[in-house]
Design a protein around this ligand. Structure first.
Ligand SMILES: Cc1ncc(COP(=O)(O)O)c(C=O)c1O
Length: 297
C-alpha cells in the first residue's frame, strides 16, 4: 500500500489563496501556521464521474473544525466551493481524483504560538491529484501502542493537522508488515485505524465504535446511512479487540480507500462463519452512490 508517484500528476496545478500554481511552485510561507504548529484543518474529498462526492458534509466538517479552532478570516463556503471547482477544471479532472483541501490559520507576522500573530486571515490550499482508491482488496491491521486522542487532549471532532499520534501508529504498523495501525481509546476499546474508521460485522449486524475518540468519518456516516436505508441492522457501540478478532467480517472506511476488507488483525485471521457477505452488499450499495451522487462542477 505504499503509494507511488503517478506521472499523470507531473504538472498538477495547485490552488493557493486565489492563485493556480504548478506543483513545483506551489509553496506556502515559512511563517504559515501549518508549518509553525500544524495549526490547520483539512479534508480528503473524492471526485467520481464529474461529480464531487459528499461535498457538503466535507465542507460542514471543515467549517466546524475552523470554527472550533477559532480561526479568523475564514473564506466563505462559496469561495471554498469555487476554489475546488476551479482547481478541478484547471487540471482537466473528471474521475479517479482525490482532493486534499487544507485551511490553515494563515501567515504569522513573526514566529510564535499566539494566534494573535495571525493577522492576514486563513490560507486555503486545494491540492487535487489523479489518485484512484489506494488500498489493496484486503488489508492487515496491527494494534498500535499509541492511543487515539481523547477529548481530554484533542477532540477528534476537529479534523486537524496534528496527526503525529496517527503517524506513530502507522510507523508501528509498517514495522510489523501490516497495512495500518489499529488504535485503541484510553480504556483499551477499539477506536479506529490510523487513517480510516473501522467496522465489525457479527451475525449480520454491522458495528462501529462510537465517534468519541475516532474521527466522525464521512464514509463511516455514509455506511451507517446505507444500512439505515436498506434495512441492514447497524449499531454504534464500545467494541473490544476480541470482538474484532472474532467478527465474521471487518472493514475500514475512508475517502482515500472507500470500504476495504480487513483479512487479519494482530495475526488473527477474520473468519466469516456464514456463507453470505454483508460487506459485499455494502460495497455494491456504496458503489451505486458514488456512481450516481455528488455535486457537478
Ligand atoms: C484519522 C482518520 N480517521 C478516519 C478517516 C476517514 O474519514 P472520511 O471517511 O471522512 O474520509 C480519516 C480521513 O481523513 C482520518 O484522517
Amino acid at each position: 500500500m505504499l503509494q507511488q508517484f503517478n506521472p499523470a500528476n507531473k504538472d498538477l496545478k495547485v490552488y493557493i489563496d486565489g492563485e493556480m500554481l504548478h506543483r513545483d511552485e506551489a509553496k506556502i510561507s515559512v511563517f504559515d501556521s501549518a508549518v509553525q504548529g500544524g495549526d490547520a484543518v483539512w479534508e480528503g474529498i473524492r471526485v467520481y464521474n464529474g461529480r464531487v462526492f459528499s461535498l457538503e458534509p466535507h465542507l460542514d466538517r471543515l467549517f466546524d473544525s475552523a470554527h472550533a479552532m477559532l480561526f479568523s478570516g475564514i473564506p466563505t463556503r462559496e469561495e471554498v466551493r469555487t476554489a475546488i471547482f476551479k482547481t478541478l477544471r484547471a487540471n482537466n479532472m473528471r474521475d479517479g481524483v482525490h482532493i486534499r483541501l487544507t485551511l490553515t490559520r494563515g501567515k504569522k507576522i513573526t514566529s510564535g504560538m499566539d494566534p494573535r500573530l495571525n493577522q492576514a486571515g486563513c490560507t486555503l490550499i486545494v491540492l487535487a491529484e489523479h489518485k484512484p482508491p489506494v488500498y489493496p482488496p484486503s488489508i492487515k491491521l496491527a494494534t498500535s501502542s499509541v492511543r487515539r486522542n481523547s477529548p481530554m487532549s484533542i477532540d477528534s471532532k476537529i479534523h486537524h493537522n496534528n496527526l503525529i499520534n496517527n503517524i506513530l501508529a502507522k510507523i508501528e504498523a509498517n514495522n510489523t508488515g501490516a497495512h495500518a495501525g489499529l488504535m485503541l481509546d484510553k480504556d483499551g476499546y477499539v477506536s479506529e485505524a490510523n487513517g480510516v474508521n473501522v467496522f465489525a460485522i457479527r451475525r449480520g449486524v454491522v458495528y462501529t465504535p462510537h465517534a468519541d475518540y475516532c474521527l466522525p468519518g464521512i464514509t463511516r456516516a455514509t455506511v451507517l446511512q446505507i444500512c439505515a436505508d436498506n434495512g441492514i441492522p447497524a449499531q454504534e457501540k464500545r467494541l473490544s479487540l476480541t470482538e474484532f478478532y472474532t467478527a465474521d467480517e471487518v472493514f475500514t472506511t475512508g475517502t482515500m480507500g472507500e470500504l476495504t476488507r480487513v483479512e487479519s488483525i494482530d495475526a488473527r485471521k477474520i473468519v466469516n462463519k456464514h456463507n453470505t457477505s454483508v460487506l459485499d452488499r455494502l460495497n455494491g450499495l456504496f458503489a451505486e452512490l458514488t456512481r450516481t451522487q455528488g455535486v457537478e462542477f
